[in-house]
Design a protein around this ligand. Structure first.
Ligand code: NAP
Ligand code: MG
Length: 485
């Protein structure tokens, strides 16, 4: 033990600090939000709380006929009130949605943590504020599109079909809905099967905001419902966030249809630590990069590239910091790592961690008591990882970090780029010129310098290679929803 270690053992601990759920009102069942109305029809399935395995609500699944109703409602709204509305009026509705989200922020944060398992500290301080910020930001663009693309006569694409994943349920809905509305499109969106509840709360907000019926339609269901949106001849554009595997299926089925497509897919981000980096900050950045949202983050810094001369010191400090992370009840304000989103995802993480051990990497997990029920996984770091290992190549989408080493900047760049993905990277160094030189050579859509996992609605986000194409956020995020000539 060194002077830097502050381990109190059992002498001092946090008292439980659970966020109250007594203000949450959930209906026993939810269906779809079509043409401004809630419709409860279709095969039922359950959404559970992954921290307790308790059922939260029954959800109805939309079949092709239901998707058809939603697309027709979107088309009618486009050709009716929404399409003819002045842009400055359109903006008022989006501002109104943003303000209602802020008013109901606490409720939305609690439901996000209950339905998806993420720590309340994150849903309260990151997800929901960013959701409101996205609507505010794009509300501001609605009547300024001619200034964004001078001389280009920007017009809406039409009916946008949107499909989102479970890791940031309401935030991904905001990333999709806000720019589409700002550009004058109408929408049919499908939330992920395991996390539909905040989208249904957003439907209430959209209703309260008085948005004309049919402008935003929300349909629930599994992959087949998503496929029905993709294949419906009435959708003009598809925006998909999810796995590379499903992204490829969608790209294949859209080939030759002339529909516009943007894909935000998986990643295996390199977080590069040079020997002149500010180490205390870098350790926090490593932790934030891989353990934020249980590692269910497409841009997670899941490959740690450490300069060889500081490898032992970085790993020592990282293990020490990991031993202070609190895994448990997502609704407890002291929790750092909440529940894994589903049993299926927990099985996938477990399988890849076993592969890491079988292939010869060294696994470290700090001592911690996991709750008896629910889906939880200890924060995990693998050292001695080589580039050929599956845990260095495949997206784990869990709290699992793979550590590799490098000697020179050129080697760091080569290793960072040795991936099928190209979504994100982090670079830690005291030297600005080195940071910009390395950043310029890495093929990734988002690169953070001396920080990690920072998001802002004005900053474009998206990938290269198997991480997809198209950008969300910023001025770039308007383009997928506009015809410009
Ligand atoms: P997924 O299985 O691809 O699912 C994403 C969405 O697509 C879900 O709503 C899913 O429905 C639906 N879907 C499944 N099969 C479909 C099909 N054949 N046609 C149309 N839709 C279909 O991905 P996931 O496991 O939910 O999410 C994790 C992945 O998303 C990771 O790879 C992660 O990196 C990626 N991601 C990327 C970004 C980004 O911006 N680049 C952001 C977040 C997540 P169900 O819910 O019923 O499965
Ligand atoms: Mg759920």
């Amino acid at each position: 033990m060194t002077a830097r270690d502050l381990l109190f053992g059992d002498l001092w601990d946090y008292a439980p600090a659970p966020e109250s759920t007594n203000h949450i009102e959930l209906k026993a069942q939810y269906g779809h939000f079509i043409n401004g109305q809630f419709v409860e029809e279709g095969q039922p399935f359950e959404t559970i709380n992954p921290a307790t395995e308790e059922t939260l609500a029954q959800i109805h699944s939309a079949d092709e006929a239901m998707v058809d109703r939603a697309v027709k409602a979107a088309r009618a709204a486009l050709e009716g009130p929404w399409g003819s509305m002045p842009a400055s009026e359109r903006a008022k509705y989006i501002f109104r949605i943003a303000r209602l989200i802020q008013e109901r922020a606490r409720e939305l944060a609690v439901i996000e943590s209950m339905d998806g398992g993420k720590p309340i500290r994150e849903s309260r301080d990151v997800d929901i504020p960013l959701v409101a910020a996205h609507f505010f930001y794009y509300a501001g663009w609605a009547d300024k599109l001619e200034f964004a693309f001078p001389g280009a006569r920007p017009r809406p694409v039409g009916v946008a079909g949107q499909i989102i994943p479970w890791n940031f349920p309401l935030l991904m809905a905001a990333w999709k809905i806000a720019p589409a509305l700002a550009c004058g499109n109408t929408i049919v969106i499908k939330p992920a099967e395991t996390t539909p509840l905040t989208a249904m709360k957003l439907a209430e907000i959209i209703q309260d905001a008085g948005l004309p019926p049919g402008v935003v339609n929300i349909v629930n269901g599994a992959g087949a419902t998503g496929a029905a949106i993709v294949d419906h001849p009435g959708t003009d554009k598809i925006a998909f966030t999810g796995s590379t595997e499903v992204g490829k299926i969608i790209q294949r089925s859209l080939a030759g249809t002339g529909k516009r497509l943007t894909l935000e897919l998986g990643g295996k981000g390199a977080n590069i630590i040079f020997d002149d980096a500010p180490l205390d900050q870098a350790i926090e950045g490593i932790v934030n990069g891989i353990f934020f949202n249980q590692g269910h983050v497409c841009c997670a810094g899941s490959r740690l590239l450490v300069q060889e001369s500081i490898h032992d010191e970085v790993v020592r400090r990282l293990k020490h910091r990991m031993s202070t992370l609190r895994v448990g009840d997502p609704l407890d304000k002291n929790t750092d790592i909440g529940a894994i989103n589903s049993r299926e995802q927990l099985n996938k993480i477990t399988e890849l961690v076993q592969a890491g051990e079988t292939e010869g990497a060294t696994c470290f997990q700090p001592e911690c008591n996991l709750p008896g029920k629910g889906f939880f996984f200890r924060p995990t770091v693998f050292t001695g990882v080589t580039q050929a290992h599956r845990i260095a190549q495949e997206e784990i989408f869990g709290p699992v970090l793979s550590v590799l080493t490098f000697r020179t900047p050129a080697e760091a760049i080569a290793k960072a780029n040795n991936s099928e993905y190209g979504l994100s990277a982090g670079i830690w160094t005291d030297k600005g010129s080195k940071l910009f030189k390395v950043a310029g050579a890495i093929r990734a859509g988002v690169i953070w310098g001396n920080t990690y996992n920072k998001f802002d609605p004005s900053s474009p986000f998206g990938g290269y290679k198997e991480s997809g194409f198209g950008r969300e956020g910023g001025l770039h995020g308007l383009l997928p929803y506009l015809e410009v000539e």
